[in-house]
Design a binder for this molecule. Sequence first.
Ligand code: 13P
Ligand code: 13P
Ligand code: MG
Ligand code: MG
Length: 370
Amino acid sequence: MKTTFSIIKADVGGWPGHVYVHPDLKEIANKKLTEARKSGLLKDFHVTNCGDDLELIMTHTNGEDSKEVHSLAWDTFCEATEKAKELGLYGAGQDLLKDAFSGNIKGMGPGIAEMEFTERKAEPIVAFMMDKTEPGAFNFPIFKIFADPFNTAGLIIDPNLHDGFVFEVWDIQEHKHVFMETPEEMYGLLALIGAKSRFVIKRVFPKKSSKLPSDEPVSAISTEKLYQIAGEYVGKDDPAGVVRAQSGLPALGEVLEGFSLGHLVSGWMRGSHNGPLMPVSVGQAKCTRFDGPPRVIALGFQLKNGKLTEPVDLFDDPAFDRTRVEAQHIMDYMRRHGPFEPHRLPMADMEYTTLPKVMKKLGSRFEKTK
Ligand code: 13P
Ligand code: 13P
Ligand code: MG
Ligand code: MG
């Protein structure tokens, strides 16, 4: 049996500012998805939030890009937006860029991490959700998990992983994609994905030599770039991703190890600053200081015939305390740079913020240097 695992997320109003999701919005999502499970459209679901992003984790058998499932998510976000307006939440409907649903939620504002695959006997799966950052924030950990033997011991000692994986990389400026194999093409892959504001890992596949089907993803990441869609700054495109683990794939602990650095990502404060990505429990995913720092949460499930177990809140663990403390040191250090790069993003990445308006105001005062 093939199951589709879909995370569809949107910021439809912050409480307060850009800190958190109000419980009334999650209640609406729970109600809508419960109805969809009763009607058979969904097999199962879990609603959560990372900071101010409302996250719909759904399982079904409708495949990727299902009109019915995407429309369910769209309707849920629209209903939650109405509630957000009623409560006067901040930026109500922020991520809904179109007025009417036209069959596919792609390009309409919400982020989608979705993949269809044949369930194994036991299917451990992790939903990662981030706030105050961008899809390229996944490049570093996904590379570590599937390609770095210093992170994933299985690449060396498990014959099922020894051949490596295939990475699908999107050029989000040119709207092109390329498939690259590790370990053979590792340096070329890093040349691309190190430039994380342009090249983003979209999916990872097993190789042809794997026991797993080579055309079924083992990981998928949301790559919608809000500012590319909207043409002007309307909030950051906080991403989500899904990773399958064990039995021919990295072990669950190897998957989580990819997040142990607190690596630098962009998107903090007004979508315009770099800062460390701090792995936290769901309850701690409240973006407070300087609207951050950027956060990632991880929910682990076992999946069986489309049904999800209760999630385990995987970063709710003292084993990640050191990463969090380190992230706080880095946060202080970066903050002391104030408006200076590299805390502030480089000019090219500020193109869609309010900075160009400041530049415009100065425009006529610029004179040619001698
Ligand atoms: P199990 O033997 O319980 O599957 O654990 C495998 C493992 O080594 C995980 O790191
Ligand atoms: P969100 O994208 O999470 O709404 O954050 C906007 C922002 O830049 C807050 O400083
Ligand atoms: Mg917001
Ligand atoms: Mg957000």
